[in-house]
Each structure stands twice: as structure tokens, then as C-alpha cells.
Design a binder for this molecule. Structure first.
Ligand SMILES: Cc1cc2nc3c(=O)[nH]c(=O)nc-3n(C[C@H](O)[C@H](O)[C@H](O)COP(=O)(O)OP(=O)(O)OC[C@H]3O[C@@H](n4cnc5c(N)ncnc54)[C@H](O)[C@@H]3O)c2cc1C
Length: 561
């Protein structure tokens, strides 16, 4: 596949006695994919399974994008960014035979543990939730079953929509318009499966704030916080912001080993997922190059025909597929004069910016929480340190004014309680996913100057619930929003490649008219989280983009006879 011209060039130079100048390698292939995130790799694997030659190019030295496992302290490994699995689509797992390629996902022994400063707590999971909620509020014990069923019914609809391109708005009447109308009918049919009452719930979940909805249903702060946390994960907003209910729903459409709504752990960390996808892809002949990013997409006569890498190499292809944030693609990798003006003007306003700060810590011992001291299944859970919606709301206001919340929202996960491959015997690793820091600090402050101070604050915040935690930290890795942008290309540290707000979802992701995974230039496609259904380790945009490309490829092939 790799056409190697330098030797021939050298011989010609010698023969004609001209000075030898090295020529950069040029590769020709069917598809070049920008970025070896899990979606780029998924797209590559599907395309290769259909017989296309695929080349993936990745800027980092490690493949996997935000789903990677790395050693961050001697002897201690952990998922660097994404840290927990549920949304990875079961069809993708089955189609790519990820289990055969080494992926093993286990359930947490308890789902969530929410300690409160007064010593009370909520512990959820199979066979635990009802009893634990009842200890806090008889009213909520009644209400939680109904709310979970409502959420589950709507999540089921979302499950049926994630592996479909959303209806795409097209101008003029033609084959495209007919295809889109048929697609829209299928989507409408899926929605028609809901009762009128469920359609009202759907509307609420798409438009309202999680805070309002939860205040209407529940009375206890911890019960509201259990759901409210999902509404602000990666969403730099108050749980009372309109649209936050959708973010809550977005975290509910997953499953682990057939159990809906459950979160689990990939043995070996999140990198085990991308390694398994990469193995599936390579088995079908996909070539993955790491350590050289795309400098520019080559455009010839309004068509994307390849990429030029930072090291000067060129990869020419029939199809160019982007797995990076859409704003990064269109404002940094494609010459402005190649794009329709109105498209460029709009994509410049693509909203990025999660309020997240990510830490990995190496621990000499397990933490002991005041609310539930000692070891136990609660230490395998997602431990949410944010005891009420009001606390989350304050954290957001504080971050807006100050740059970070002085009482932050943190999910602590200790994957080594389920996986002994991550830390030495007797030691542990924990992920701290901290919410509500400003993507860009106010008053000209830089994350480079404040990273360490905020990391200390996060450790102290855990210490309040688990005294002595800080003393057990023997190593740490710290990623501010700026670090997430520099390291992974996540603009504004946005974990989803663009906010999950109504104007950036479904048919509007990444823009009305371009929701079918095709970009504004011929031969250009989107396969990353900036396309439907958005962020999370789902594999869905990669799967859907591959289908769009294969459809176009078959049409091209047929038309050429
Ligand atoms: C801190 C954090 C925590 C998260 N937690 C979870 C979680 O627990 N569970 C979950 O499901 N989701 C989580 N997410 C979200 C999830 O990880 C992402 O939405 C998802 O991994 C994005 O996958 P992707 O393949 O679309 O893009 P990415 O993983 O972002 O991959 C894009 C790739 O493109 C590469 N790239 C960028 N520029 C170039 C260039 N010029 N040339 C070549 N390559 C380039 C990048 O290096 C990267 O490898 C989290 C994300 C973050 C950041």
C-alpha cells in the first residue's frame, strides 16, 4: 500500500548527476482517517471489513484518543481521560468481535455511592437502591421506581436512534431529499412507539433543566444528586440550566453485558477498548500510523483528496474522514478559502468547553469514608462527592466567578478494586473526575499557573469525606482543561467534542444540513463525537459514518459500471 519513491528518485538523481534532495513518502489508499480515537478506529474497522483499504493517522504516540490507559507513576497505570464504560454500543462490540480481541468488561459491585457531610449516604446498585433510598425518604423510595422506568423508556428510544443517521435537512428536491424523507419517517416511527405521556417526558428531557424535574419528583438531596450529577458531567452549567436534563439522559442509554443503565470497568482500563478495536481493524488490514498528526487536508476542485502530515508525509485517498472536533477540523486543518463562507462562519461558533479537571492518583492504601468506613463494595462504585443540587449550582457559580469551584464536584472511581492489573499488590489507583472549573480562567489567569493549586484543592475535597486520603497519595497525574486540549485536541477541554445542547444535537450535529456524516466538501466525512450521537465512548459516530461512506462508495462504484 505504501508507495516508496525515494530509492527510485535517488537513482534518477545519480544518473542525471543532479543534487539528491529527499522526497517525502506518499501513500495512496481508499480512506484516510484523521485521529485514532475509538470512533476513528471503529469507522476504520467497519470500512476494512467491507473491503476498503484504510489508513488511520494519529498525532499522539499512543492510539485511542480519550480512551487510553497509560502508566502515570512507576508501577501504576490508569485510564488517562475517560474512565468508565457503559455507552459502548453492544452492536459495535459484537460486530467487531471485541471480546475475541481481548476486551473484558465487568460490572461494578455497587453502582454509585454518595456520602453526605452529616454521615448519611446513598448506595445504589442491583438489589440495593430501593432499600438505601428508603432509609433516606419513604416518598423517594416510592418515586424512584417510576422515575427510573420513565428514564429507561426514553433511553430505549435513544438506543434505537444512536446507530442511525438523524434526519438530515437537504435543500432542493432530489434523490437526497427522498432518502432523507424516508429516514425521517423511520425516526418518526420509532418515536410513535411512545405513548403520548412518554412523548411529553421526552420533550421535558430534551428541553428542561434536570434540577426542576428532580425537584418535582424527589425530596431528599442525595437522591436528587444521584441523577443531577449525570446532568453536569462534562456540561459546564448549573443543574438548573435548561437542557441539562438531556445530558442526564445521555448518560443513561448505556449498558454493561446486557444490563441496561449500568456502568462498568474494562479490565486493563479504557485503553483496553481501543486496543481491542485496533486489533479488529488491523486484522482486516487497516494501517495505523501514530506520532504524526495531520497538518492540512488536501483539497482539489472542491474535493478532499488526502492529508499532509506534520512530518511532511502525504496520504492521498478517495475519502477523507475526520475523527477530531469539528471546529478543529474546519478552523485549523482545512484552508478557509476551500469552505463555504456561511459554513465557516457558523462552525467558528461551535460551542466547546466542559468544566472538567481530571486527575489520576496512585494510592498506598484504600480510602476510608466517614459515612461508611472501611473496605466494601461501595469502593467499587462511582463515588459522587456532591451532596445536593444546590451544591452543584454553587460550584458552577463559583467557577464562573473565580475560575474553579472552591467546593468542587468530584466523582472518585477506584478501578483497582475490580482490576489488579493497574497497581502493585496492596496499592491502588483512583480516577478523580472533577467538575466545574472554567475552560478558560478569568482575569487573564492561566491553567499553567494554577494547575497544582487546584489539584491540591481536589485532594483536600476528597479528604473531607475520607480523612487521611491525601496522605495515601504517592503519585499523581493532573489534566486541566488546557492540558486536555493540548494533549488530546479537545478544544476547551470539551470531553464531548462540542456541548450537548439542543442546538448541537441530532440533526444539528455538527450543523443542520451536515448531520449525515458528510461534510461540506465532496469526499469529506465526520466520524468523531462531534457527529450524532455525540460524546462518550460509544463507537456510534464511527459506525454510522462508515455506513454513510460505504453507501457513497457503492453508488460511485455502480455509476462507474
Ligand atoms: C476527562 C474525560 C473523561 C471522560 N470520561 C468518560 C467516561 O468515563 N466514559 C465515557 O463513555 N466517556 C467519557 N469521556 C468522553 C469520551 O472519552 C469521548 O467523548 C470519546 O473518547 C471521544 O472519542 P472520539 O474517537 O470521538 O475522539 P477522541 O478520543 O478525542 O479522538 C480523536 C483523536 O484525534 C487525534 N487528533 C487530534 N488532532 C489531530 C490531528 N491534527 N491529526 C491526527 N490526529 C489528531 C487526537 O489525538 C485523538 O487521538 C471522557 C472524556 C474526557 C476527556
Amino acid at each position: 500500500m505504501r508507495a516508496s519513491f525515494p530509492l527510485l528518485h535517488l537513482m534518477l538523481c545519480v544518473a542525471s548527476r543532479v543534487r539528491y534532495e529527499p522526497v517525502m513518502t506518499m501513500t495512496e489508499t481508499d480512506v484516510v482517517i484523521i485521529g485514532a480515537g475509538h470512533n476513528g478506529l471503529t469507522c476504520a474497522a467497519y470500512l476494512a471489513m467491507a473491503g476498503l483499504r484504510v489508513h488511520v493517522v494519529e498525532r499522539r504516540k499512543v492510539l485511542g484518543g480519550a480512551a487510553v490507559t497509560e502508566e502515570f507513576h512507576p508501577g501504576f497505570r490508569n485510564s488517562v481521560a475517560a474512565y468508565t464504560v457503559s455507552l459502548l454500543n453492544p452492536k459495535v462490540i459484537a460486530d467487531l468481535k471485541l471480546a475475541e480481541h481481548g476486551l473484558k468488561i465487568v460490572e461494578r459491585r455497587a453502582q454509585n455511592f454518595l456520602p453526605a457531610p452529616d454521615g448519611s449516604y446513598l448506595l445504589t446498585g442491583e438489589g440495593r437502591t430501593a432499600q438505601s433510598v428508603a432509609k433516606l425518604s419513604a416518598h423517594d423510595a416510592e418515586a424512584i421506581g417510576e422515575f427510573s422506568r420513565e428514564l429507561e423508556a426514553i433511553a430505549d428510544v435513544l438506543r434505537r436512534l444512536v446507530l442511525r443517521a438523524p434526519p438530515n435537512l437537504v435543500e432542493n428536491f432530489g434523490a437526497g431529499a427522498i432518502r432523507e424523507s424516508l429516514g425521517a419517517l423511520t425516526t418518526a416511527n420509532i418515536l410513535r412507539g411512545l405513548s403520548l405521556e412518554q412523548q411529553r417526558d421526552l420533550l421535558d428531557l430534551f428541553t428542561r433543566s434536570a434540577g426542576e424535574m428532580l425537584d418535582e419528583r424527589f425530596e431528599h438531596d442525595l437522591v436528587k444528586a444521584l441523577f443531577g450529577f449525570d446532568a453536569i458531567v462534562g456540561n459546564y452549567a448549573s443543574p438548573y440550566a435548561a437542557g441539562s436534563a438531556y445530558v442526564m439522559l445521555h448518560h443513561a442509554f448505556g449498558e454493561v453485558n446486557g444490563k441496561k443503565g449500568v456502568w462498568g470497568h474494562a479490565i486493563g482500563g479504557m485503553g483496553a477498548i481501543t486496543q481491542a478495536i485496533a486489533r479488529a481493524a488491523r486484522e482486516r488490514g487497516v494501517e495505523i500510523g501514530v506520532g504524526a498528526g495531520v497538518r492540512e487536508v488536501i483539497i482539489e476542485r472542491d474535493r478532499a483528496v488526502g492529508v499532509i502530515l506534520d512530518n511532511g508525509e502525504t496520504v492521498r485517498a478517495k475519502y477523507v474522514v475526520s475523527g477530531v472536533n469539528p471546529k478543529l477540523l474546519y478552523t485549523s486543518l482545512i484552508p478557509a478559502n476551500a469552505l463555504p463562507e456561511s459554513f465557516l462562519a457558523r462552525i467558528k461558533h461551535w460551542r466547546n468547553g466542559s468544566g472538567t479537571f481530571r486527575m489520576n492518583v496512585a494510592l498506598s492504601a484504600l480510602p476510608s469514608f466517614t459515612a461508611l468506613p472501611g473496605d466494601g463494595d461501595h469502593l467499587t462504585a462511582g463515588i459522587i462527592l456532591a451532596p445536593s443540587l444546590a451544591y452543584m449550582d454553587r460550584a458552577w457559580s463559583d467557577a464562573r466567578a473565580h475560575g474553579w469551584s472552591r467546593e468542587p464536584v468530584i466523582e472518585v472511581l477506584i478501578p483497582s478494586t475490580l482490576d489488579d492489573s493497574l497497581a502493585p499488590d496492596g496499592a491502588h489507583v483512583a480516577s478523580l473526575f472533577c467538575q466545574h472549573v472554567a475552560p478558560t480562567l478569568p482575569d487573564g489567569k492561566s491553567w499553567d499557573e494554577h494547575r497544582g493549586e487546584v489539584a491540591e484543592l481536589m485532594i483536600r475535597a476528597v479528604d473531607k469525606y475520607a480523612p487521611g486520603f491525601g496522605k495515601t497519595v504517592v503519585g499523581r497525574q493532573v489534566l486541566s482543561p488546557l492540558d486536555l486540549e493540548r494533549e488530546f485536541g479537545l478544544l476547551g477541554g470539551d470531553i464531548f467534542h462540542g456541548a450537548l445542547s439542543l442546538n448541537q444535537l441530532f440533526s444539528a450535529r455538527p450543523m443542520l444540513g451536515y448531520a449525515d456524516y458528510r461534510g461540506p466538501l465532496k469526499g469529506l466525512y465526520h466520524c468523531g463525537s462531534g457527529a450524532h450521537p455525540g460524546g462518550g465512548v460509544t463507537g456510534a459516530p464511527g459506525h454510522n459514518a462508515a455506513h454513510a461512506i460505504l453507501r457513497d462508495h457503492r453508488t460511485l462504484f455502480k455509476s462507474r459500471g
